[in-house]
Design a binder for this molecule. Structure first.
Ligand code: HEC
Length: 142
C-alpha cells in the first residue's frame, strides 16, 4: 500500500516537472527568435498592385520628399540649435570633421543612428535617399 503511494506521488512530481519545463521552454521561445523572423511573421500577408497604377514605395510615400522638407519636419529640432552636439545647419566647423569620415559613413550613421542621433533622425518611413537629401540640405551652403 505504501509503495503504491510513493509511485503515485512520483508520477505527480514528474507531471508537475514536465509542466514547469514546458512553460519555461515556451517562455524562452520568443527571445530565441531573431527580430527579422518576427518581422516576417507580423508582415502583411499580401501586397496589392493595381494594374496601370504607379507602384507606391515601401515607405508609403507617393514620391521622395525633398531634403528641405525632411529636414524641417524631422531634423530641425536638433540640428538647428545643435542639441546634444548635433552638427548645425550649414555650420562648416560642425560638419567638416564629420564629412572627413566620408559620406558613406555619415549616411550610415544617420540611417542606423549614432550616439544621441536617433536612427533615421526619427523619420522612420524615410528612404535612404530621403535621408541623404536631408543631409545634402544641411551642408548645401558650407
Ligand atoms: C533628437 C535629436 C536629433 C534629430 C531629430 C536628428 N538628429 Fe542627427 N544628430 C543628432 C546628434 C546629437 C548628432 C551627433 C551625434 C554624435 O556625434 O555623437 C547627430 C548627428 C547627425 C549626423 C552626423 C553623423 C556623423 O557621422 O557624424 C547626420 C548626418 C545627421 N545627424 C543627420 C540627421 C538627419 C538627416 C536628421 C533628420 C532626418 C536628423 N539627423 C535628426 C541629433 C538628432
Amino acid at each position: 500500500m505504501k509503495r503504491v503511494n510513493v509511485v503515485k506521488t512520483s508520477r505527480v512530481l514528474v507531471a508537475a516537472l514536465a509542466v514547469v519545463v514546458g512553460s519555461a521552454a515556451a517562455a524562452m521561445l520568443p527571445q530565441a527568435q531573431s527580430t527579422s523572423s518576427l518581422e516576417q511573421r507580423i508582415a502583411p500577408i499580401g501586397k496589392v498592385r493595381v494594374a496601370g497604377a504607379t507602384p507606391v514605395a515601401e515607405s508609403g510615400s507617393q514620391q521622395a520628399r525633398a531634403g528641405d522638407a525632411v529636414y524641417k519636419q524631422f531634423c530641425a529640432a536638433c540640428h538647428t540649435s545643435g542639441v546634444l552636439n548635433a552638427p548645425k545647419l550649414n555650420d562648416a566647423a560642425d560638419w567638416e570633421p564629420r564629412l572627413a569620415q566620408g559620406m558613406d559613413t555619415v549616411l550610415r550613421h544617420a540611417i542606423e543612428g549614432y550616439n544621441a542621433m536617433p536612427a533615421k533622425g526619427t523619420c522612420g518611413n524615410c528612404s535612404d535617399d530621403e535621408i541623404q537629401a536631408a543631409i545634402d540640405y544641411m551642408i548645401a551652403e558650407l
